[in-house]
Ligand binder design. Structure first.
Ligand code: SAH
Ligand code: SF4
Ligand code: F3S
Length: 483
């Protein structure tokens, strides 16, 4: 039995399986655990506490976690003191069922209860150590039992965590949550169930956190919310809108880039468009998921807009801020989606000319309106074909946009090593991924000029220039510094 001496600082390993909000939650959980004296383990196999921060948005995301939990069950057979925790959306979605299926799990904590995660981990750890000391070692994997601590539905919100701004993966980039939950009625989506009602943080709380991050070296902030542009609608009488928030944050001198994800088409207000047009630090892309190009499907999804209305909003935006690029999400194979509906989605993608789209095959989520009331009637093979076709169309558009940059100089915030040896990568103000030849770790977190030489579907490749070569106009809002 591998029980550690009591004086050793316990170690944890945390893996995120979900969206950016899920990743930020993981940072907050880490911040809290470190404040409690826990230390990150060099690798998962060496950790006393293994935490999985999970996602329920599609079946595939859940399957990865179920399979990972199966593997951890093996490990717990020989290490009964090990704490296995399931955090996040699957915890909230499955609650006690998770323990019925995976009895070796020690801790189940939903996203609304991360505020005292350190206490919960301690409770599970103590309970687990007691059990491990008294119990016979499990002879089969079915006998492996965990502490079974469950905190779901409500609890101490993660927003109560006074974030230790030093605990973050990137020195110059940070996510900041502006609102939790989602109040939208999209029929296919599990997020409102797992995340609960919309709750916005105040402008004062957000600006304080942003200022502390910038004081610690952050220059790029991405604001997070499931419908980020609906920010503030629950804060009555405070005049809290995303447009106002952007203006307040824009005033932080050390901040150079300010992005926000994800926006809902219904809340793209004139105020927000003005803010995007006027504020040079605001990122030059807008993630505005359309989901479908067919009014029949949009209505069935209860998205609350038509294709015409979506296009009108986009036109209003581009009239004032023509340098903004649009990004979208699409679901293919929603119940009842016909070839003609799908053809309209393809047409919308071409018409808007998105710079980037995520395409998902519809995955019925138990308990959602779509899963309960409609049959998942588009065959998997058809979903797959539509998925590939839409990706191919989007790929063409993305390459064309990237090709237009060849020969231009772009400003890149360097993020780190690229997958290809000898190369580093970073992003432009349009969120475009740029690779260039260098191994100079000193560049990480700096804004450097790169001359684009090659266009790929999901990125561009270029040559790093000496700072002076790109300096002129280096603070321009535009991605392109000069030809
Ligand atoms: N709040 C954001 C994103 C939520 S989830 C928004 O509204 O845009 C991210 C994406 O997953 C969604 O935009 C949608 O395209 C996709 N998605 C959500 N539920 C899904 C499901 N049941 N099947 C397939 N894709 C889904
Ligand atoms: Fe899900 Fe719709 Fe809310 Fe996005 S807006 S999180 S798709 S319910
Ligand atoms: Fe997944 Fe939960 Fe995010 S379901 S997409 S981790 S909000």
């Amino acid at each position: 039995m591998l029980l550690r001496p009591p004086m050793t600082a316990p170690t944890y390993h945390l893996t995120s399986y979900g969206c950016q909000m899920n990743k930020l939650d993981s940072e907050l959980v880490e911040s809290r655990l470190q404040q409690r004296g826990y230390r990150p383990a060099p690798q998962e196999g060496a950790a006393d506490v293994v935490l999985l921060n999970t996602c329920s948005v599609r079946q595939h995301a859940e399957d990865r976690v179920w399979s990972k939990l199966g593997k951890l069950r093996q490990r717990k057979r020989t290490e009964p003191g090990l704490v296995v925790g399931v955090l996040g959306c699957m915890a909230q979605e499955h609650k006690r069922y998770l323990l019925a299926r995976m009895p070796h799990v020690d801790l189940v904590v939903g996203p609304s209860a991360f505020g005292d995660i350190d206490d919960q981990v301690e409770v599970a750890r103590k309970k687990n150590l007691e059990l491990a000391a008294t119990r016979e070692p499990a002879k089969t994997k079915h006998q492996v039992a965990g502490a079974g601590v469950v905190v779901v539905d409500q609890g101490v919100s993660g927003d109560r965590i006074v974030r230790d701004v030093r605990v973050r993966p990137h020195r110059s980039q940070a996510f900041v949550s502006v609102m939790r939950g989602c109040n939208m009625p999209c029929t296919y989506c599990i997020v409102p169930t797992t995340r609960g009602d919309e709750v916005s943080r105040t402008i004062a709380e957000i600006t304080d956190e942003a200022q502390r991050l910038c004081d610690d070296g952050v220059t790029e902030i991405t604001l997070l919310g499931q419908t980020v542009n609906a920010y503030g609608r629950d804060l009555t009488g405070q005049d809290a809108t995303l447009a106002r928030l952007l203006r307040e944050l824009h005033a932080i001198p050390a901040l150079r880039r300010l992005a926000f994800i994800t926006s809902h088409p219904n809340f793209l207000s004139a105020d927000l468009i003005d803010a995007m047009a006027e504020l040079p630090k605001v990122a030059r892309y807008l993630h505005l998921p359309a989901q479908s190009g067919s009014n029949t499907v949009l209505k069935a999804m209860r998205r609350g807009y038509t294709v015409e209305r979506y296009l009108a909003r986009v036109e209003q935006l581009l009239a004032k801020a023509p340098d903004i690029e649009l990004h979208s999400d699409f679901i293919v194979g929603y119940p009842g989606e016909t070839d003609d509906d799908f053809a309209q989605t393809v047409a919308l993608v071409r018409r808007v000319g998105f710079a980037q789209s995520y395409v998902f095959k519809y995955s019925p989520r138990p308990g959602t309106v779509a899963a309960e009331q409609l049959s998942d009637d588009v065959p998997e093979a058809v979903k797959e074909t539509r998925n590939q076709e839409l990706l191919a169309v989007q790929g063409e558009l993305s390459v064309a946009k990237n090709r237009a940059l060849v020969g231009q100089i772009v400003e890149v915030l360097v993020e780190g090593d690229s997958k290809v040896d000898g190369r580093m990568s970073g992003r432009t103000a349009h969120h475009r991924l740029v690779h260039f030849t260098s191994t100079d770790a000193e560049l990480i977190g700096r804004y450097v000029p790169v001359r684009v030489t090659q266009a790929l579907a999901h990125s561009v490749v270029g040559d790093l220039l000496a700072d002076s070569e790109g300096q002129e106009g280096a603070h321009d809002r535009a991605e392109v510094l000069h030809p």
